[in-house]
Design a protein around this ligand. Structure first.
Ligand code: MN
Length: 228
C-alpha cells in the first residue's frame, strides 16, 4: 500500500445497474454542440465541423438526485445527455472497433452556468467556471452495454416540473459515439474509467431552486433531479 502524506482522495464510483460493484471514474470528457438543433439555438452553424470537447472533473459526477444551485450565477441551464462509460481505451482507436471499449451507458446532465460560460466565450477564456463546478453532472446508474445493446437511436428528453423542455433522438447526434471515441483517442490516451457526455438536444434553458428535472433516454429509463 502506498503511503500518502495527506488523506488520499477516492476515485468516484458510480452505481452499475444490477450489481453492487461500482464503476470507478478516471476522467470526464464532454462534447459541445453535438445535435444540430442545439447548435442552431446557441447561434452556431450546424455543419459538420470537427468536434470539440471540454472536461468536467470526475467528482463533478453526482448520483444523489439533487442539484445544488451554484454560487455566482443567475442563469444555470439544464442539458440532458447520454453518458458513455469506457471499460478500456488506448490511442488512435479506429471507428470500427470503438464500441468494443464501451462498458455501458447512463442518464446524465451537463449543468451549465450559462452566464459565466457566455462571458468566458466572449473573452476567449476557458469554460471550467461555467461547466466544471461542484456537482455539475448529475448521473444515473450505468447500464451495461451487454444488457442494453449499443444505443444509437431512441428518444432523449427532459421535462421541467412535468413540462417537456428538451426532446430529441440519439440518432440526431452529429458525431456518433464511435466517432467521438475515435476522435478523442487521437488527442488523448483513453483508459478504463473514462466517461464521455455525448451532447444535448435543443431546448436547453434555465432552472430555479425547487424545480424538478426528469431526464430520460429510451433504453435507460428515467431519473429525477431536484434543484435545491
Ligand atoms: Mn453539454
Amino acid at each position: 500500500m502506498p503511503h500518502y502524506a495527506i488523506e488520499a482522495p477516492q476515485a468516484p464510483g458510480l452505481a452499475i445497474e444490477g450489481t453492487d460493484a461500482l464503476f470507478p471514474v478516471r476522467r470526464v470528457y464532454c462534447i459541445g454542440r453535438n445535435y444540430a438543433a442545439h447548435a442552431i439555438e446557441m447561434g452556431h452553424d450546424p455543419d459538420r465541423e470537427p468536434p470539440f470537447f471540454f472536461q468536467k472533473n470526475p467528482d463533478n459526477l453526482d448520483p444523489s438526485g439533487s442539484f445544488p444551485y451554484p454560487p455566482h450565477s443567475s442563469d444555470v441551464h439544464h442539458e440532458v445527455e447520454m453518458a458513455v462509460a469506457l471499460k478500456s481505451g488506448g490511442t488512435n482507436i479506429p471507428v470500427d472497433s470503438a464500441l468494443d471499449h464501451v462498458f455501458g451507458y447512463a442518464l446524465s446532465l451537463d449543468m451549465t452556468r450559462r452566464d459565466l460560460q457566455s462571458e468566458a466565450k466572449k473573452l476567449g477564456r476557458p469554460w471550467e467556471i461555467g461547466k466544471a463546478f461542484e456537482r455539475s453532472a448529475p448521473i444515473g446508474p450505468i447500464h451495461r452495454a451487454s444488457d442494453t445493446g449499443h444505443l444509437d437511436r431512441g428518444r432523449i428528453a427532459l421535462t421541467l416540473n412535468g413540462e417537456v423542455r428538451q426532446e430529441g433522438d440519439l440518432n440526431q447526434m452529429i458525431w456518433k459515439v464511435p466517432e467521438m471515441i475515435s476522435y478523442l483517442s487521437e488527442y488523448f490516451e483513453l483508459a478504463p474509467g473514462d466517461v464521455i457526455l455525448s451532447g444535448t438536444p435543443s431546448g436547453v434553458g434555465p432552472v430555479q431552486r425547487g424545480d424538478v428535472m426528469e431526464v430520460s433516454v429510451e433504453g435507460l429509463g428515467k431519473m429525477a433531479v431536484k434543484v435545491v
